[in-house]
Design a protein around this ligand. Structure first.
Ligand code: HEM
Length: 163
């Protein structure tokens, strides 16, 4: 309680948005790791259902990551020019969008699984499809692991054109 009281009021929203940014990053990464562990040919009902739920959590966390990131650029960071003038920022955004684009394929696949699951049937997942999804998840995990590196450099002004 006294710790909360010691936080200057103007710091709270900045810290709150930063916290949402980190929390959603952790949720995205955790969801991807779980999906990677679960993916296999012809999953049972429990695994297939968990996969669909995990992907919904991933989607919502990815959205929260994007929104909190945009809020930090616009209102709660070091001024929007500090980021938009830095190519490392655009690499970071590009990597995020590439990972997001890659995840469309698994997401559409899991949405299609929900149709048989709701009828009480199991989705048909071939060995080839399971391998393809596993590889996409591997690439997404590497992409996600690289983004914080770009973020920490960017936050310290690395990459900014000399004044
Ligand atoms: C388009 C999406 C994103 C935008 C617009 C964005 C924007 C930002 C901004 C403005 C900061 C504050 C930097 C500062 O302290 O000056 C930040 C920090 C950070 N972001 Fe993002 N971000 C995005 C996506 C991501 C993603 C996908 C990840 C992780 C995978 C991530 C991880 C981080 C980390 C770890 C920091 C802290 C850097 C530090 O203070 O050392 N961001 N981001």
């Amino acid at each position: 309680m006294s710790l909360l009281a010691a936080i200057p009021p103007e710091v709270l929203p900045r810290a709150g948005v930063a916290y949402v940014h980190y929390l959603s990053f952790m949720l995205c990464f955790g969801a991807l790791v779980l999906e990677r562990r679960l993916i296999k040919p012809n999953p049972n009902k429990a695994d297939a259902t968990l996969m669909v739920i995990t992907d919904i959590v991933y989607g919502m966390a990815a959205l929260a990551l994007l929104v909190s990131g945009i809020l930090r650029v616009m209102y709660f960071g070091q001024g929007s020019a500090f980021y938009t003038e830095n190519p490392l920022f655009w690499w970071k955004v590009g990597l995020y969008l590439s990972v997001g684009g890659l995840s469309l394929y698994p997401t559409i696949t899991y949405i299609l699984w929900a149709i048989p699951l709701r009828k009480g049937e199991l989705p048909q997942v071939s060995e080839a499809l399971a391998n393809r999804l596993a590889w996409i998840l591997n690439i997404e995990l590497v992409g996600f692991a690289l983004i914080p590196l770009l973020a920490t450099l960017m936050a310290r002004g690395v990459g900014l054109p000399a004044a």
